[in-house]
Ligand binder design. Structure first.
Ligand SMILES: [Mn+2]
Length: 240
């Protein structure tokens, strides 16, 4: 007997491990109620701003092991951290990263910003090889039947299979105000919604509800093409 799978897309976590654990409990309860198995797609920005970065990456590693077909999409903040670990962070990116929450990530990993960067990165890679591998294996997007999952968005006018990874991780405008059809519904994080709640548009679904400041971490429940109950055919949301 094959069990049904339900895809849950999880928005920007930014070091909030307690909220992530709370959301995962809701996801598990939701899936069990439907006799389904969760498939998790993390939309990226696991790190920075919040203080529980190590715990967030541990939890995401566990989830990818536990739930078959689960993926991490690399966010722009995760990319900074990966570049730090790789020793490829340039001076401008380092400045931006430290300003926009990277110092919290470094502190989580026991790194002082004044430490020698290469030595510190080697120490983190050695102590947390699973975190390094998680980031190395992260993908730029997840392409599903009706949905295209990314961290930030897509460039309007460019086919989904020809999008630049840089856009997928960073774009805001002209994506956010575009009314064009992208071919599939784009599910994304990266830009905190104006309402602080998940927002549904004809061409996209925005689920970065600013967990770090609001306490609301959101998952979109993506309807399976085979959903039988009418209530399971629409996109739904779970939130802390
Ligand atoms: Mn982002």
């Amino acid at each position: 007997m094959t069990e049904d799978r339900i895809v849950y897309a999880i928005g920007d976590i930014h070091g909030m491990a307690g909220l992530l654990r709370n959301l995962l409990e809701r996801i598990e309860a939701h899936a069990i109620q439907r006799q389904a198995v969760p498939q998790l797609v993390f939309l990226g920005d696991l790190v920075d701003r919040g203080h529980e970065n190590v715990a967030v990456l541990d939890t995401v590693c566990d989830c990818l092991d536990r739930y078959e077909g689960s993926r991490l999409i690399l966010g722009n903040h995760d990319e900074y951290f990966l570049k730090f670990l790789d020793g490829t962070l340039d001076a401008e990116s380092r400045g931006n990263w430290h300003t926009y929450g990277g110092l919290e990530t470094l502190r989580s990993y026991g790194v002082d910003p004044d430490d020698d960067e290469k030595t510190a990165a080697a120490r983190v890679r050695e102590r947390y090889p699973h975190h390094y591998r998680l980031l190395l294996e992260a993908v730029p997007c997840v392409d599903l039947d009706r949905f295209f999952l990314v961290h930030a968005g897509v460039r309007p006018g460019v086919p989904l299979n020809a999008q630049a990874p840089q856009d997928l991780r960073w774009i805001r405008e002209p994506f956010l105000s575009s009314e064009a059809s992208f071919g599939k519904t784009v599910v994304h994080g990266h830009t905190i919604t104006k309402s602080g709640r998940p927002e549904v548009f004809p061409n996209r679904v925005a689920i970065d509800t600013g967990a770090y400041a609001s306490g609301h971490l959101t998952a979109a429940v993506l309807p399976s093409p085979t959903a039988e109950a009418a209530a399971d055919r629409d996109i739904a949301f779970l939130s802390t």
